[in-house]
Design a protein around this ligand. Sequence first.
Ligand code: UD1
Ligand code: CA
Length: 459
Amino acid sequence: MKTAVIILAAGKGTRMKSEKAKVLHEIGGKPILYYVLDASRRLEADKTIVVVGHQSDTVKEVFSGKGLVFVEQKEQLGTGHAVMQAEKALKGFKGNILILSGDVPLITLETLKGLMDHHSKEKATLTVLTAEPENPYGYGRIIKDAGGNIKKIVEEKDASAVERKVREINTGIYCVASEFMFKALKGIKPKNAQKEYYLTDIVRIAVKNKKKAATYKTADFKEAMGINSRLELAEAELIQRTRTLGELMKNGVTIIDPACTYISPSVRISADTIVFPGSMISGQTAIGKGTIIGPGCVISDAKIGDDVNIKAYSVIDKSEIEDGAFIGPMAHVRPESVIKKGAHIGNFVEVKKSKIGIGSKANHLSYIGDATIGKGVNIGAGTITCNYDGVKKHQTMIEDNVFVGSDTQLVAPVRIGKGSLIGAGTTVTEDVPEGSLVLSRVRQLTKEGLAKKYLRRKG
Ligand code: UD1
Ligand code: CA
C-alpha cells in the first residue's frame, strides 16, 4: 500500500500574535515545521505535500530542496479546505494519506507507524489519532456512540456542555484512504461557529456512508500537543529540549544542568564531553569526545574536535576547532575560521575568516581577521590585523614560529616571514623577510628627576 503525507501549514496562527507564520516559530533552534517534516521523512512516504499559505514564499524558501511538493492555499478557509488544495498534486494516487498538522511538532515516528498499522489492521477508511490530556480545552472532542465507535469530532467552539466534558481529543493527525477522502471533502460545508471548512467533518461523512472510522489513542498526550500560542511554544520547547538532552546524556554526554542548557536536535556530541549551564549549541554542529564547553557558550554550525576546552562565555560560529585547542574565556570565533590542533585563543580575542596554525597562541585582547597564521606563532596582547582599508578586506600572512610583540598593528596586505620577531608597539606596513627583527616605535626619552618638578607645577 502506498502512502502520501499531507502537512497542513497554511494558517497564520492568529493566537501567536505574530507577523511570522506559525510554523516558522522555533523550538530547540529549529522551526516547528522542521520536526513534522523530519517525522514524515523518516516514514519514507511516496510523496509529501505541504499546504502553504500565510507567508508561503518564506516557508517554501526555508524548506526548499527537501523533495517536498508545495501547494498553495490562497485563503485560509479551514483545515478541510487546506486538504482540498492537495487534490491535484495527488491525482492518480491510490493508497493511504497521512494528514499531519504543521503545528503539532512533537509527534514521534513510532506513534505515526502505530496509527498506520492500526488503520490497516482495522481495515478502516479513516483513522483519527486521538489523545487524552488532563485539560482538553481548545481541542476538537472525539464523540463516540454507545458501542465506543467514533461518531464525529466537535470543535470546542461548537461543542455542547456535555461534549466539552469529553477528554479524548482530536490530535489533528489522520490516516485516510485516498479514494474516500477527496470525495468526502466535497461534501463538507462551512456551517459552524468559525464558518470554516472543517477537515474533521469527514468523520461524520464516513459514518453516514457506513465506512469504517477508527481511532488510535497515543499514550502520551505531549506528543500531540498543538502549538497555538506563545505559552504552548514554550511548553513544547521544554519537552523537545528534555528529549534532545535525554538522548545526548544516554549516549554519554554530561549535561550539568539540563534546565538551562539549549541544544538543537541537529547537534551531534560524542561521549565524555561536558556541557556547562547556559550554553546554546545549534545548527549542524558536531563535537568530539572529552571536550569541555561553557558555561554560557553560544556555538552554531561548528565542527569541534576531541579534548577541546571552550571556556566560559565564548561564541563560535561556522568554524572549525581542532583537537586539544583552547578557546576563551570570552573569545569570539566568527565564520570561516579554523583553529588548528592545540592552538589557544584567549580572552577578548576575536578571530574572523582566519586560520590559526598548530600550537599557535593569541591569548589576550586581539583582533585577527582575514589572516593565515602558521605553526608555533605567538600573538602578543592587543595585536590587531588592520584588514580593512574602508573599501576592501586584505590578507595577513604570519609564517611559522613568528613572535608578535604586544600592541602591534599589522596593516594588511602584509606577510611576516618565518621566525621573525616583531617588537611590542610596532606598526607593520611592509612585508617582513624571514628571520627579521622589526621595530617601529620612537626611542624612549627619560629625564631623571623631572617628575617631581612637573607634579609641583600641576599644584
Ligand atoms: C484543529 C482541529 C481540532 C484538533 C486540533 C489539534 C479542525 C477543524 N480542528 O484545530 O479538532 O483538536 O487541530 O491540534 O481541523 N491550516 C491550514 N489552512 C487553514 C486552516 C488551518 O493550513 O485554512 C493548518 C494550520 O496552519 C495548522 C493546522 O492546519 O497547522 C491546524 O489548524 P488550526 O487552526 O491550528 O486548528 P485548531 O483550531 O488547532
Ligand atoms: Ca492547532
